[in-house]
Design a protein around this ligand. Sequence first.
Ligand code: ADP
Ligand code: ZN
Length: 721
Amino acid sequence: MERVRLLVFNAALGVLDYRVPQGMTVEYGSVVVAPLGPRQVLGIVWEAERLNAQDVPASKLRPLLEVLPVPPLPAQLRRLIEWTADYYCAPLSSVARMALGSTAALRGGGTTTEYRLTGEEPKRMTPQRAAALDALQGEQGSIRELAELASVSEGVLRGMVGAGLLEPVTVDLDRPYPPARPDFAVPKLSEAQKEAADTFVAAVKDHAFAPFLLDGVTGSGKTECYFEAVAEALRLGRQVLVLLPEIALTENFLRRFEQRFGVAPILWHSSVKSSERRRAWRAIVHGEAQVVVGARSALFLPYASLGLIVVDEAHEVSFKQDDGVRYNARDVAVIRAKFEAIPVILASATPALESMQLAEAGVYRKIELPDRFGGAMLPEIEIIDLRKEVPERGRWLAPRLVEEMKDRLARGEQSLLFLNRRGYAPLTLCRHCGYRFQCPNCTAWLVEHRFSQRLACHHCGHEVPVPDACPECGTADCLVACGPGVERIADEVAEILPEARTALVTSDTMNTPEAIGEFVAKAEGGAIDVIIGTQLVTKGYHFPELTLVGVVDADLGLEGGDLRAAERTYQQVAQVAGRAGRGEKPGEVLIQTRHPEAAVIAALANGDRDAFYAAETESRREAGAPPFGRWAAIIVSSEDQAEALSAARAIGGTAPNLPDMLVLGPAPAPLSLLRGRHRFRLLINARRSAELQKALRDWLEPLQFPRGVRVSIDIDPYSFV
Ligand code: ADP
Ligand code: ZN
């Protein structure tokens, strides 16, 4: 090639043409450095005809500077990047960036310097040094990472290097990973499991696109089944990607993987330290990383020879990214499998309605595991009608639930209380004047956190200490907490069962792998009697002594009238119910509600999943909602409310009049103020036949807005705030 077209990592620049200097060889997908004015930019050599740009005369082209020492991005990945940008109406460069990991990794392997404690006693002790010595036991990392870990400044740590308390260690960035062993600990599968596993194994051997929906009740051994497919890929020397919805789940997965394959898988998520990310990325592009487990960002990495993708807990909404490129990793995983010509397994006990529909339509092959492994029974589910069985004044747990918990404690079994609300109370107000604490940056109440003694906004992170007096009327000691969060439920448990050992599981308390690991070990070891948690505890865990699950407020998810509210409630409650009775003892689930007549609650009580899916499918069909119709949202925001409104009106005023597309709005978004930006929203409901993305592009591209205005498109939105 003599001239090349680059996709550069700057959405504003987009596409630029260059000359290839003599002696340099580039291919499509090569990662290169190019001059741009006085600066340098990074770019990927792309098929020119696939990128729209003005042809620049050859005489004006500047030469490329350098080809980076990494394999070119494979064609199927380039196609995936194009597909994603096109489908989600996102800039190509923003999607491509997700494939590259870190710039440092592109520069090659080599070594880096990390630090660890020497074990020396400090001559001079300060509180910061003491904190660092305590926090950094057994840790190793860059100064920046260690500073973050120990919550001290980098200056303190540099001082400690000088004082001989920390020592540098040279780390080889490309040191190989120990190989996973497909036959390390092969389980004996049940008949049903074996049938499922055989199907997956055959598909891996086939090396053809094959999407599966692995629909198995909680505790049926879905993981064991897809592990057989992983083993087959290992035998064939092909790479595997396992996507999990939350970092919190990777700890548990890691241990099970290690038990089955003898070594840990390679982790990829935002809290993996930078030298490990570099090492992982390089092993991934060279085909040496065998099994990568990660959050959605692992999906776009340049695997050299992918053989299988697994999306576990595939119904989880956190696979949908809600900023930047607003893609759904579950859906893009299927597309990636198609481009790579490999099988993809979507595993869930409560599949998304969209996935069920695709299985119904024969697009996905459905593999069912209807029974729990080892003869364990699914738990009994009962409803507590809170209008009839009223909790004591100032309490949230109905007498029947309390009795059952006492009973479990007496028998040495575990209980789990689920409430999907962090903090102590969702709203704080002044008894005297009625003042309510609201976030100055968001349309949201401040949530009281008793542990940290703060009022916090869960949207932007704004925090204030809990004041002694009302800021409005000045009355002292007049603030009241309204409604429960998990911290308040934990207080209630401490009052009614003072001798119980409890664990509070929320993203506030379980924010490191160590904390999660410690909790799991304690819960498994029977050192915890009552677990109180948010959605973090609903999935993945297997605690044999857990025989009672209490859902504190099943109505919570139904508020707000979101399109998927009923489905989400069903999934959450069914998942948390699935934690009960996984061992030999049968489990029981009590669901507190004020709406026992609601279809979703009734379906849960009757264990009638089919009825729920059927009813939900019908109501979606009537509403023209996914999977029968499609939704898109346009969010217009600005720090200036008038500016945002006028931009939103300009968009509304030029809405296309198409027979298969209905435009609603603009209207203030439910969160009309978020992180200091005023927001308006337009919703588009389209028939499946509509060319939605093209219509959106034709509509929005000609419009121009003031610089402070941000317009973002959300295709197949999950969040309706
Ligand atoms: P699911 O993901 O479907 O909820 P898991 O894969 O977590 O189910 O399995 C539930 C429990 O049963 C786990 O502790 C798992 O190790 C165990 N289990 C499942 N299948 C087998 C098997 N064939 N042999 C031994 N243990 C199994
Ligand atoms: Zn806020």
